[in-house]
Design a protein around this ligand. Sequence first.
Ligand code: GDP
Ligand code: ZN
Length: 461
Amino acid sequence: MYIDDTIAAIATPPGIGGVGIIRVSGKQAFAIVDSIFESSGSLPLMDRPNKTVQYGHIVDPSTKKTLDEVILLLMQGPHSYTAEDVVEIQCHGGIVSIRSILSLLLAYDVRLAEAGEFTKRAFLNGRIDLTQAEAIIDIIDAKTEDSLTLAVSQLDGTVSNFVKDLREQLIAMIAHLEVTIDYPEEDIEEVTSHEVGEQLKPIAQQMDELLATAQSGRLIRDGILAVIVGRPNAGKSSLMNALLRENRAIVTDIPGTTRDSIEEFMNIEGISLRLVDTAGIRETEDTVEALGVEKARQYLDKADIVLCVIDGSTELSPEEIDILKSTAGRNTIVLLNKSDVNQVITVADIEAHGTFTAVESISAAQGEGTVVLSKWVKELVYGGQVSGNHDTMISNVRHISLMEDARSQIQQALDSIDSGMPVDFVATDLRGAWEALGEITGDSLRESMVDELFSRFCLGK
Ligand code: GDP
Ligand code: ZN
């Protein structure tokens, strides 16, 4: 991968702001900015003290025109975000000012950075590993304080350190095994096999403990999809409103968010929750009814929690029985609504149609719903464990699947040892586990994967 050139991009969000920041990174960063920067100091930027702020103006050398008054932040590699020489130009936050400085830079030997390219350089230059780069995306995307805490701890290296430690232990065992492959005496192989087996057991256990946090971790990181179903007039909209009044999330700009109130984001127990009213989908899909039904089914398939709203004050209709049957056997909370008026439906009436996670009475009209939902969100995410400890958690789906892969190869190794297979079989399994773990941190990696991963960043990051 070629990273000899100098790149630049606008690092602040599009639009007008108090300051605009342009980030320049690479071997020529100081020299190029120097040629468009004028200040009272006479020293070249390169010779000014590192990590200082320099005041001056950006001047187009060909026209002598001053583009803006700026301050520069000088950061010499390797102690910078990219581990290269970095200059950050802070100008006044107008669109014209930022863009004209950027175009002036691009007239020099500077290339416009791709999305995520600064972070990719930090990775390629060895300042951070892949899990830390991913943590940076997660920090930017975090929608709750809990998901932020999780991402920050990942940036600190909790996942990396765990993985690196495992890999070191594995490589030592592989070496141990490989030495004995060259020894013809059978008994040495056997002794080594036994030793490696004993060392592998605690490793397998550590991996199991980490994988046990995967469900919580994933839900904290990615949030929960809760889908509301129920016949017309059961009280779905009332429930949605009751929940929103207490838990509305401060969320802007989530791609695909529509404001037609079939889908809302909220924050419950520190978890970001996406709530969808499936009837709302049908109501807003004015084209073909079937399209709405199909979409509703897709939401249901993906749901982490199904909220099935039943009007408790009238007999179950055939439609409601159908809904109950189709949502039974999964994580479905049946809400017997309208508890403020006379109830004719009992828990037994509901359970006659299937198995549900819970059947609870609420009055959505009186603003109830949050207590019940909070309880089941907590149950789903933490499963009765104490919440709030994100010290060593695995949360990223990519990490989880590689960790599971590594774990199953360790199991194969253990099984091979048990059944007295030759040591080279065991070594092969361990090498497989070592590789899979290396993909988590990016130590063993495929270039296409790296490109795909960094393309998910925003520009200027
Ligand atoms: P949806 O069609 O399922 O979205 O149902 P709505 O939320 O629009 O409610 C249908 C009707 O039931 C409205 O007249 C609501 O005022 C009423 N309703 C909803 N929840 C309750 C409740 O908890 N108690 C009572 N008494 N009425 C309710
Ligand atoms: Zn409705």
